[in-house]
Design a protein around this ligand. Structure first.
Ligand code: DGL
Length: 268
């Protein structure tokens, strides 16, 4: 495949969560065009089977390939846990990076990472993808997980700091009360939306919050540099969704804090 600098970076998630990744990528690589896909018709993915999530992920990969992207960032932990290998296979020689590998790297890079907590969707937690990925690098790290299935619908609704969000978080995070974790991985790309409230609810100052967004943005930058594919002329951000484009557009603008082109609807 003959890739060119001017081609966009493709980023996808089940909904708005992957915007946490897109934001970090846009900051690290301001001259890159970004094509974002949010599968708003089928969100949430976290309670679905491996077969279903893989089928959706391959359809989206096909869409991004048709759009002519030069790299794919899997901005969904659930998809990374269930379908990473199949996406890589479908993408051929196109570089594919995923948030679980990036999150693992962020854990290893941080000095305090011997007793790690991971929160994620049911799918991500049940797959044990983080446990394997982290312990493959260092079997001495202890990993405690907790699935938080209500957080994705709350984030999609824009309920990120109201009483209901805080109550849900305090029930989920109680799991770590006696675990003395030194870092907590936000193992779902929707969860950084709750970043403002998580530290006070966790109530453990010494726990470092790990979000894979900056890590995957850095990995993307290094990869493009290595392949001599860095763009110096782009910077466009275009969103596609499978349902409710107006709703997505409003949430996306609010979250990214800047005006965006209208999101387009795509039926895969
Ligand atoms: N944001 C996704 C993740 O990182 C998907 C959440 C969902 O759709 O349940 O897992």
């Amino acid at each position: 495949m003959n890739l060119k600098k001017q081609q966009a970076i493709g980023i996808f998630d089940s909904g708005i969560g992957g915007l946490t990744v897109a934001k970090a990528v846009a900051e690290a690589l301001p001259n890159e065009d970004i094509i974002y896909f949010g599968d708003t018709a089928r969100v949430p993915y976290g309670g679905k089977s491996k077969e279903t999530v893989s089928e959706y992920a391959l359809e989206i990969t096909g869409f991004l390939l048709e759009k002519g992207v030069k790299m794919i960032l899997v901005a969904c932990n659930t998809v990374s846990a269930y379908a990473k290998d199949r996406i890589i296979e479908k993408a051929g020689t196109l570089p594919v990076l995923d948030v679980i590998s990036a999150g693992t790297q962020a854990v290893l890079d941080h000095p305090k990472h011997k007793n790690v907590g991971v929160i994620g969707t049911l799918a991500t937690v049940n797959s044990e993808a983080y446990v394997r990925s982290i312990q493959q690098e260092d079997p001495g790290i202890s990993v405690t997980q907790k699935a938080c299935p209500l957080l994705v619908p709350l984030a999609e609704e824009g309920w990120i700091d109201n009483d209901i969000a805080k109550q849900a978080l305090s029930v989920y995070l109680k799991h770590f009360a006696d675990k003395e974790i030194d870092s907590l991985v936000l193992g779902c790309t929707h969860y950084p939306l709750f970043k403002q409230v998580i530290p006070s609810i966790l109530n453990r100052e010494e726990t470092y919050i790990i979000d894979s967004a900056d890590s995957i943005a850095q990995m993307a930058k290094e990869k493009l540099e290595k392949l001599d594919l860095l763009n110096s002329e782009g910077g466009e951000f275009q969103c596609f969704v499978s349902d409710r484009p107006q709703r997505f557009h409003e949430l996306a603008q609010r979250f990214l804090g800047k005006p965006l082109k209208q999101a387009e609807i795509i039926h895969l």
